[in-house]
Design a protein around this ligand. Structure first.
Ligand SMILES: [Zn+2]
Length: 619
């Protein structure tokens, strides 16, 4: 049995893919974080002011269900006999969802009915003291679980809690031809079978869900397309061919496309009353694209311009082995360039889109996308907001054979780490200034989380004294100031931030970051230097049709350099440069040191930070 089990297309989605989608959605601010509303049902009247933690999702093969785990903490205002009780809780809600999928354009979306969503388990503890025991047992009991179930059913059906969806565009246009989508959960994977047919029902493909297996192998997302569904996948090609032939007053007949070993075979005929042309060609997938380098010797510059040859992973389709019977057919004159013109001009059709899984309709992270029509990169990284989670999607395998097309994709996430930002070496010239240390939160942790706390400590490492020890809620305490004038004889400080979540007596450690600050000797005068310079930058561009580098002349740019230092200069400080003028030196940097982070762009990363990737300044 082929992997498609008779379906037009089939997918294996491992649960890690859904988890990454939810993790990124939550960390990047696209998943519900706060639930402030009346809990439906009652009495008693319950008003929730809850914070939601990082959600997770898993596949449960035994029950054929998806399981969504929501953790929450905060306050429930419970009103009994006109008396309000503020009840602090920590809880975990296990929600099961029957996997019912439908198409939405080329997307495959989870569309459970209200009855398909159930709050299977509610584990909670009340952390506030003095809450009456009957309220504690109500809040942690079954009746309240049922009220939460109504709340989550509403939240999911209204799209307030967004479930992951699958962007099916890596199957081309196939999903648009779907008549229904069959699903089963097996092990840690979701298996989807797409039944599809075309309008005139000349191709009808319905599969057997019981025969569908996890075929993802080493990938965590994979798709197969039935050999006869290739034409659904490449519908854009069919439409372009059909339009081109109709524009020449002919008709496309007998169109056929199927997969063979290493390529797709396309055939058909352009027909007019007075005769016809038969044609066939191959659509061949390529996984790499090479753009040759170029050398512009006579560019009028003082030195030539060179661009290196570059090869990168793409998914590109080329039309090859075009054959027609026009040699035997005098009608070429009438038909003109129909087939040849259409095909040799090249169909720049590409269908690998920018993403595969989304947990919200508006994917907020910016995606580095290629220009339409150029070979599509096979590896895509999203650019998250600061502190968010970046996701890397890669088409690792694309294989065409006589049964099917197989596409293997890997999805990975890179969370941001917790970082303490601020200078680690400061010269004595600044001993009257105040330093500022900033805490950058790890992905998925937010300042407005009411349970989140930070403990800042500043130690005098010279005399082994604790100078400051402040424990407070995180909100408005993301930074710590150190007034150097208060400690004139201290040369080494230790600055530490401990991040944790406290809910009643429950404490979750999120991490500790620390650094040492060393006060070094006074700088020589004119310690800092910058200059104005004029550079001429060659303007190069890739021709859209030719895919070749062209030289468009130079652009002259005049600008101030970054600030560098003279006592420990980087390589660029003492370079001979006849285009450098207006040299300026300074004894101190032209801003308060407290604002160092805001001025980072104006400082040489090598002179002050030890490299572009380094975080902490060493002045
Ligand atoms: Zn420098």
């Amino acid at each position: 049995m082929p992997r498609h089990a008779g379906f037009a297309g089939a997918l294996t989605v491992r649960e890690t893919v859904f988890r990454i989608a939810l993790k990124a959605a939550y960390a990047n601010g696209n998943f519900l974080k706060k639930f402030s509303a009346n809990v439906p049902g009652g009495p008693p009247d319950i008003n929730a002011d809850l914070f939601l933690g990082q959600p997770t999702i898993s596949c449960e093969g035994l029950t054929n269900l998806l399981v969504l785990n929501l953790t929450t903490w905060g306050t429930l205002k419970v009103t009994v006999d006109n008396v309000d009780h503020d009840v602090e809780i920590v809880g975990e809600l296990e929600v099961t969802i029957k996997p019912v999928f439908d198409k939405d354009g080329v997307d495959i979306v989870l569309v459970p009915n209200v009855d398909d969503i159930s709050a299977r388990r509610w584990t909670a503890s009340v952390t506030s003291a003095n809450t009456p025991t009957e309220i504690v047992s109500y809040i942690t009991g079954d009746q309240f679980r049922e009220r939460l179930q109504s709340a989550i059913q509403t939240a999911i059906s209204l799209g307030i809690v967004k479930l992951p969806a699958i962007d099916g565009s890596f199957l081309g246009d196939l999903v648009r031809f779907a008549t229904s989508i069959d699903v089963r959960v097996r092990g840690d994977a979701l298996l989807l079978g797409i039944n599809a047919e075309n309008e005139d029902q000349t191709t009808v493909l319905n599969g057997n869900i019981a025969a569908l297996q996890d075929f993802a192998g080493t990938h965590n997302l994979a798709g197969v397309v039935h050999k006869d569904a290739s034409k659904f996948m490449f519908d854009k090609l069919y439409v372009a061919l059909n339009d081109g032939i109709e524009n020449n007053d002919a008709k496309l007949e007998g169109f056929r496309m199927r997969s063979l070993a290493g390529h797709y075979q396309v055939s058909g005929a352009a027909v007019r009353p007075e005769g016809s042309i038969d044609f066939s060609f191959q659509v061949v997938p390529y996984l790499y694209h090479t753009r040759p380098g170029k050398f512009f010797q006579y560019s009028g510059r003082h030195q030539p311009v060179r661009v290196n040859t570059r090869t990168w992973p793409v998914l590109d389709f080329k039309i090859e082995h075009l054959q027609t019977d026009i040699e035997r057919n005098t009608l070429i004159v009438i038909f003109g360039e129909i087939i040849g013109g259409l095909i040799t001009g090249g169909f720049l059709f590409s269908y690998i889109e920018t993403k595969f899984i989304r947990a919200e309709s508006a994917f907020s992270a910016k995606v580095k996308a290629a220009k339409l029509g150029s070979p599509q990169p096979r590896v895509i990284r999203t650019i998250p907001p600061e502190g968010g989670v970046a996701v890397r999607y890669a088409v690792d395998q694309y294989e065409v054979n006589i049964e099917e097309t197989y596409i293997g994709i890997s999805v990975q996430s890179t969370p941001g780490a917790m970082v303490l930002v601020g200078p680690t070496v400061v010269p004595a010239n600044y001993s009257n200034e105040t330093l500022r240390y900033l805490l950058r939160l790890p992905s998925g942790v937010f300042e407005d989380d009411p349970a989140m706390r930070v403990r800042w400590t500043i130690e005098d490492r010279t005399n082994n004294l604790v100078l400051a020890d402040e424990d407070s809620s995180l909100a408005h305490h993301m930074r710590m100031h150190l007034a150097l004038a208060s400690y004139p004889d201290v040369t080494d400080f230790g600055i530490t931030a401990r991040l944790y979540r406290r809910m009643g007596t429950i404490v979750n450690e999120l991490g500790i970051v620390s650094l040492t600050l060393h006060m070094r000797g006074t700088l020589p005068s004119n310690a800092y230097i910058r200059w104005r310079s004029e550079s001429s930058n060659p303007q190069l561009e890739v021709g859209e049709q030719t895919d070749e580098w062209g030289y468009l002349g130079d652009r002259r740019v005049r600008r101030w350099s970054e600030w560098h230092r003279t006592d420990a200069p980087c390589l660029s400080v003492n370079v001979e440069n006849r285009y450098r003028f207006e040299i300026e030196t300074a004894d101190k940097l032209p801003f308060e040191l407290r604002l160092l982070e805001n001025h980072r762009k104006g400082l040489c990363p090598y002179c002050f930070f030890g490299g572009p990737a380094a975080v902490n300044a060493r002045l």
